[in-house]
Design a protein around this ligand. Structure first.
Ligand code: GTP
Ligand code: MG
Length: 442
């Protein structure tokens, strides 16, 4: 035998052989063990309700679970869409259900509805992310982890009788790869039977032509294939919600009472409420949970891990190695870090150079300013100096005149003090004459 043939034989999985048992062994109780384990563990189911404010979301939830969830009315003035989760513990027989109802509060109330879908998508992704984080932990506790991933989105369509709004189409398109969407026509009692039929056909046509994938009830399980196939043809379900009880005949039924008659919620001739409850809770709840995990979460997980650089095999179809991927990512990260560091260093050097140039320019400007001021100052000084000289000359001239005048004055005074003597002499000489000396000061 050739070496390659030997390799082939040793790698091939051995065919299992059929053997019959000699008596009862007991592993046929495995399904019972599973049921018992699941019942002990309890179940979680998370419903996202998307629809305009006041479309009847809370009423339908109360009607579906036959209880009253404490929810408050939303205002029409929310700035953006806000997700409000509320979790309840419910019990039926010995089965515990942790039910979370998430309301998209304020949906359709904003003037600009371009981004209305975004908070919903973000919320769904955030739940996937926290599950992924739990899975990636070294010490995982998925057994008692509260799974908040959305299992179904009930999309409430306004009963206009016309067509879907673009907001409905955009939102459903953005959500269809992330969650199981079941579209329902809300407040179906406000639309006539013939109009409702046309409306349903129109909605389905629009969903198909816009490539929106809604949840299809599975037909691969023989036990439910038939009923699910029939129900798929009834989508979108036209529902009526009410928690009010009305006496019809001698029975109390949940209904909406109008002056012209009574709409019975659980009457299949009046609306599709029973179909919705059957499909959502009694037949396909587990499939919705399963689809969420195996389809929507798997897609999120795959994209996320690929984004992080993980692959199932490398280019040469070699099996994926966590260690190698980690090393490669680490190297990539370090070289990126180095590149960034170099970039920042270069940026810093450039900045310093720029600042230096700016400082030099400022210094030059300051110097010029100083020189200019200095010139002005010297000019001023020269002028002051000139003024001082002029003033000094004037003072000298004044002093000269003053001295001359003082000299004259003293002459005059001297002359005056000599006068009586001279007078006497003159009187003696000339027989006396009086004369007045007048001194003119130049
Ligand atoms: P928000 O949480 O405030 O956005 O409202 P919602 O969507 O939860 O609506 P809610 O259940 O509070 O119902 C709003 C109003 O619609 C109430 O007056 C309900 O009685 C009425 N309503 C609910 N379901 C139906 C229905 O099927 N048909 C009709 N005609 N009215 C309904
Ligand atoms: Mg509500």
């Amino acid at each position: 035998m050739a070496a390659t043939d030997l390799e082939h034989v040793s790698n091939a999985e051995p065919e299992p052989r059929n053997l019959s048992l000699g008596g009862h062994v007991g592993f046929d109780s495995l399904p019972d063990q599973l049921v018992s384990k699941s019942v002990t563990q309890g179940f979680s189911f998370n419903i996202l309700c998307v629809g305009e404010t006041g479309i009847g979301k809370s009423t339908l939830m109360n009607t579906l679970f036959n209880t009253t969830f404490e929810t408050e009315e939303a205002s029409h003035h929310e700035e953006c869409v806000r997700l409000r989760p509320q979790t309840y513990d419910l019990q039926e027989s010995n089965v515990h259900l942790k039910l979370t109802i998430v309301d998209a509060v304020g949906f359709g109330d904003q003037i600009n509805k371009d981004d209305s879908y975004r908070p919903i998508v973000d919320y769904i992704d955030a739940q996937f992310e926290s599950y992924l984080q739990e899975e990636l932990k070294i010490r995982r506790s998925l057994f008692d982890y509260h799974d908040t991933r959305i299992h179904v989105c009930l999309y409430f369509i306004t009963p206009t009788g016309h067509s879907l709004k673009s907001l409905d189409l955009v939102t459903m398109k953005k959500l269809d790869s992330k969650v199981n969407i079941i579209p329902i026509i809300a407040k179906a009692d406000t639309i006539s039977k013939s109009e409702l039929h046309k409306f349903k056909i129109k909605i389905m046509g629009e969903l198909v032509s816009n490539g929106v994938q809604i949840y299809q009830f599975p037909t691969d399980d023989e036990a439910v294939a038939e009923i699910n196939a029939v129900m798929n043809a009834h989508l979108p379900f036209a529902v009526v919600g009410s928690t009010e009880e009305v006496k019809v005949g001698n029975k109390l039924v949940r209904a909406r009472q109008y002056p012209w008659g009574v709409v019975q919620v659980e009457n299949e001739n009046h609306c599709d409420f029973v179909k919705l409850r059957e499909m959502l809770i009694r037949v396909n709840m587990e499939d919705l949970r399963e689809q969420t995990h195996s389809r929507h979460y798997e897609l999120y997980r795959r994209c996320k891990l690929e984004e992080m650089g993980f692959q199932d095999s490398d280019g040469d179809s070699q099996p994926f190695s966590l260690q190698e991927t980690y090393e490669a990512k680490r190297k990539e990260f370090l070289s990126e870090l180095q590149r960034k560091e170099e970039e920042m260093r270069q940026m810093f050097v450039n900045k310093v150079k720029e600042t230096e140039l700016e400082l030099k320019e400022k210094e030059r400007e300051l110097h010029e300013k100083f020189e200019h001021l200095k010139r002005i100052h010297q000019e001023e000084k020269r002028k002051v100096e000139e003024k001082r000289r002029e003033l000094e000359e004037e003072t000298n001239a004044f002093n000269c005149r003053k001295a001359a005048m003082e000299a004259l004055q003293s002459q005059a005074l001297h002359a005056t003090s000599q006068q009586p003597l001279r007078k006497d002499k003159d009187k003696k000489k000339a027989g006396g004459w009086s004369s007045i000396y007048s001194v003119t000061i130049p």
